[in-house]
Design a protein around this ligand. Structure first.
Ligand code: ADP
Length: 455
């Protein structure tokens, strides 16, 4: 087992990993930017090293500085969390070269899944259903239009290097296509330094359902059930739950098997997520695989009773998966709300600054993963998520009631947050009925447009 792990991240996920290390009796080393000196992760770890100024490209993305910190502190492994360097194949490779275990898959698997067009082609060979679309990236506009016409409008143009819902444009007809194609390419170039795009059929009003997988280095792969992440704003998840209110047990089995096949196709190791879109008839299509731990992993933890981050560490240290597929049992219903420092009344504009007062709910079945405390100053440099509120109860109805109660107990002063917005969603009859597609928030605004969000 490892003696010391460097946590190459910040915020709630850094804290989550540090907590897992403590429980396993492993020392942790935090790295932090100048803006994060007062962040909880910096103080919770056994040791901490400053790796540079606030902007991520001068700190959390600086591979050489993180590796120097690792060498100075003599760590034997690095946990990358999510975002930042977590899906950077060169970084995973550099860790290996330095004799430091990267807690995640091998560089080759990251590379194959990191390019979304290649990922599609790779899993297709393993009989995983994919959304109808182009064979690989397309550069030429005329050729792209031909493909779009062949698969039929509407289509979605997506960045090969995409992530975080960026670089995606929908075209409803041939006239709009040229403009959207150019915009998508420009956006992708700007966001990812790679303008390559591919085309998929735009699935109307799908559900986003993803499957958690876990694989060891001996070829054992299991799935830990699905998460429904259909509640999204601008293609970014807002509320997640497990199990999906839409999935039947035969769907769960079929998606689970497809996810395991996708993982096997790239000799996957460690925790990963295979994402699918599901149409109203229950047909599911692979869209991408995230080769890291995800923000929403706690809902899976709550219905399986497993600690996914501890499992990541055990597997990386060379242990075998301690269970078989048939040992995994699902019980109860879990929901997660992403609490963000943003102003829903001003188009969700980020709201950084001093948090004068921060009180989070408690009680049975309530979990809060957050790095924020009263008197903490949220730096403007990073993601606006300031915590996750997770609840678990016997069934979905009770979980929603618990979430509603818990959101009502949140007190955040000094900055704006989306807590009231989240609470309104939990009060929405469509959400409560489980009739939720990726268009839910758009429809929710439409239904409530004459009402003050503040009410
Ligand atoms: P990212 O890597 O940026 O998160 P994804 O490929 O995971 O991008 O897609 C994010 C979201 O965008 C999906 O959950 C879904 O809401 C929407 N989306 C992506 N592809 C399609 C598609 N072919 N049809 C309809 N919606 C899509």
């Amino acid at each position: 087992m490892f003696n010391k792990i460097l946590v190459a991240n910040r915020g709630e996920i850094a804290l989550r990993v540090i907590r897992a290390c403590r429980e396993l009796g492993i020392n942790s080393l935090a790295v932090y930017s100048e803006a994060d000196e007062q962040s909880l992760h910096t103080h919770a770890a056994n040791e901490a090293i400053c790796i540079g100024p606030a902007p991520s490209d001068q700190s959390y993305l600086k591979r050489d500085r993180i590796l120097s910190a690792a060498e100075i502190a003599n760590v034997d492994a690095i946990h990358p969390g999510y975002g930042f360097l977590s899906e950077n194949a060169e970084f995973a490779e550099q860790c290996e070269t330095c004799g430091i275990k990267f807690i995640g898959p091998k560089a080759n698997a990251i590379r194959l899944m990191g390019d979304k067009a290649t990922a599609r082609e790779t899993v297709k060979k393993s009989k995983v259903p994919t959304v109808p679309g182009s064979d690989g990236p397309i550069e030429n506009e005329n050729e792209a239009l031909n493909v779009a016409q062949k698969i039929g409008f509407p289509v979605i143009i997506k960045a090969v290097a995409g992530g975080g819902g960026k670089g995606m444009r929908v075209a409803h007809n041939a006239v709009a296509f040229a403009k959207e194609f150019t915009t998508a390419r420009n956006e992708a170039e700007k966001a990812f330094g790679n303008g390559a795009v591919y085309i998929e059929k735009f699935i109307e009003e799908p559900r986003h359902i993803e499957v958690q997988i876990m694989a060891d280095s001996y070829g054992n792969v299991v799935h830990l059930g699905e998460r429904d992440c259909s509640v999204q704003r601008r293609h970014q998840k807002v509320i997640e739950e497990a199990p999906s209110p839409f999935a039947t047990s035969s769907m769960r089995d079929a998606m689970g098997k497809a996810a395991v096949n996708a993982a096997r196709a790239v000799k996957y190791e460690n925790a990963g997520t295979v994402e699918f879109l599901v149409d109203k008839n229950g047909n599911f299509y692979f869209i991408e695989m995230n080769t890291r731990i995800q923000v929403e992993h706690p809902v899976t933890e709550e219905i399986t009773g497993l600690d996914l981050v501890q499992l990541q560490i055990l597997i990386a240290s060379g242990e075998k998966l301690p269970f078989k597929q048939s040992d995994i049992k699902f019980s109860k219903h879990a929901l997660e709300c992403r609490i963000c420092a943003e102003d829903p009344e001003r188009n969700f504009m980020p709201s950084a600054g001093m948090v004068d007062f921060f009180h989070m709910p408690g009680g049975r079945g309530v979990r809060v993963d957050s790095h924020v405390y009263s008197g903490y100053r949220i730096p403007p440099n990073y993601d606006s998520m300031i915590g996750k509120l997770i609840v678990v109860a016997d069934n979905r109805e009770k979980a929603i009631a618990k979430m509603n109660r818990a959101l009502g107990e949140c007190e955040i002063r000094g900055i704006k947050s989306n807590v009231e917005f989240l609470r309104k969603i939990t009060n929405d009859p469509y959400f409560q009925s489980g009739d939720v597609t990726t268009k839910f928030i758009e429809d929710f605004f439409e239904r409530n447009k004459n009402r003050q969000l503040k009410e």
